[in-house]
Design a protein around this ligand. Structure first.
Ligand code: ADP
Length: 397
């Protein structure tokens, strides 16, 4: 009766051949089998197919018979075929003459406990993983911190170098400006006195003397244009250039510049044409600066195009931009020098076959001026295929 009333343990007795003799309420609750289901039946119904295949029921009883008691844990099967995790204790039952009468079997359902343990284990795993992640994150943060420190140290060093370079640049620009200015005074004097002589105001000149004086004047003018380039460049570099922005009809400027250069164009036996440049193409810019840029581009085209060549102007307007291109059939520029020519003092081919005079400042000045007006100056060219310089400017509304 005592055993019968226990509900949280399955307790049953079997005879030596494993046929069930008794089945308490705990056994009914644990397995779902009633005592009618089980009494007189074999215990094999409670085992999984794998355990049956390995003959576990017989081995359990044999062990218990040999040593008196056998204890194990494993999966057992309920009536509804679900499995439960069981702790099983099998005790051999002998009479006073020590003859085996059967076995007492106590089964405890530990499924819930096992599940709790599994959850605790997983929780512990998660905690460990989280700890590892936290440690790794801390390590990363430390590395990042180091990196940031390195970068800021490098930034400070770069700043220092930039300041150094800036002040070197300023010194150079100041030097250029002062020198150029100082050079202008004697140069103007040379020009003035040469003119006096040429006009015969100091007495008549022989034909030879006249030719010499002309050479002096030509050289003086060349030098003057070089120095003006230098002055212009140093003013732009120092940011001392003022812009008076207004509406500029591109075709007008092109015409004026072309007229001013016409003698040089025909002297070099070049053909100059304005392919298309409608009056409606109007830029928003400083007219005199545009003139200066175009003058530079046209005189380059004249300088670097052999006699018999052709110079063509085209212009167009699209959206908010105005575009003016001057194309020549000259000897062109190698691809790897296309950007260099916009650097100050750069002249392609200087040193071995420098055919023409100049300081190498014209394009640098022109691009600076174009960019200062919100535009740009670009080039397309290939050796022996001519060059096309394009001035891009904001369009007038
Ligand atoms: P400069 O004409 O005084 O040498 P620029 O800055 O105007 O200086 O031009 C730089 C260099 O670019 C020139 O020395 C020349 O090599 C090259 N260049 C400029 N325009 C042309 C052109 N239309 N065709 C070929 N080369 C050119």
């Amino acid at each position: 009766m005592l055993v019968e009333d226990i509900t949280d343990l399955a307790i049953y007795a079997v005879d030596p051949r494993a046929t069930i003799l008794s089945w308490n309420s705990g056994a009914e609750i644990t397995t779902g089998f009633s005592s009618d289901d089980m009494i007189g039946q074999s215990i094999v119904r409670l085992y999984t197919p794998q355990d049956l295949a390995s003959n576990l029921p017989a081995r359990e009883l044999e062990q218990a018979m040999a040593v008196g008691r056998f204890e194990s844990t494993g999966w057992r099967v309920r009536k509804d075929r679900t499995h439960f995790w069981a702790k099983v204790v099998v005790t051999a039952l002998r009479n006073s003459a020590n003859v085996l009468e059967g076995f007492g079997i106590v089964v405890q359902d530990l499924t819930a406990q096992r599940e709790t343990e599994r959850q605790q284990y997983e929780h512990a795993l998660q905690l460990a993983a989280r700890d590892a992640a936290r440690l790794e994150a801390e390590e990363r943060a430390r590395e990042l911190g180091d990196l940031v420190e390195q970068i800021s140290a490098q930034t400070i060093e770069l700043e220092r170098r930039r300041a150094e370079a800036d002040s070197a640049m300023r010194a150079k620009t100041d030097f250029l400006a002062t020198m150029s200015h100082e050079l202008l005074t004697p140069l103007n004097a040379i020009g003035g006195y040469a003119s006096l002589l040429a006009m015969g105001l100091r007495g008549p000149l022989t034909a030879e003397q006249h030719a010499d004086v002309e050479r002096i004047r030509t050289s003086q003018l060349q030098l003057l244009s070089l120095i003006n380039d230098l002055l212009n460049f140093s003013r732009i570099e120092a940011g001392h250039v003022a812009f008076t922005v207004g509406d500029v009809v591109v075709s007008e400027v092109v015409r004026e510049v072309a007229e001013a250069m016409a003698p040089h164009v025909s002297e070099r036996r070049l053909v100059e044409e304005r392919a298309e440049c409608p009056d409606a193409v109007v830029a928003r810019a400083d007219r005199s600066k545009v003139e200066q840029i175009l003058l530079n581009l046209l005189s380059n085209a004249v300088k670097y195009t052999p006699p018999g060549g052709r110079i063509t102007w085209t212009c167009s307007a699209a959206d908010d931009r105005v575009r003016l291109t001057i194309r020549d059939t000259g000897h062109g520029i190698p691809a790897d020098r296309l950007e260099d020519i916009f650097e100050p003092f750069v002249q392609v081919g200087r040193g071995f076959a420098r055919p023409v005079e100049g300081a190498g400042l014209g394009l640098s000045i022109s691009r600076d001026l174009a960019r200062a007006m919100g535009g740009d100056l670009t080039v397309e060219s290939a050796p022996n295929a001519g060059s096309a310089f394009t001035l891009d400017l904001p369009r007038a509304r």
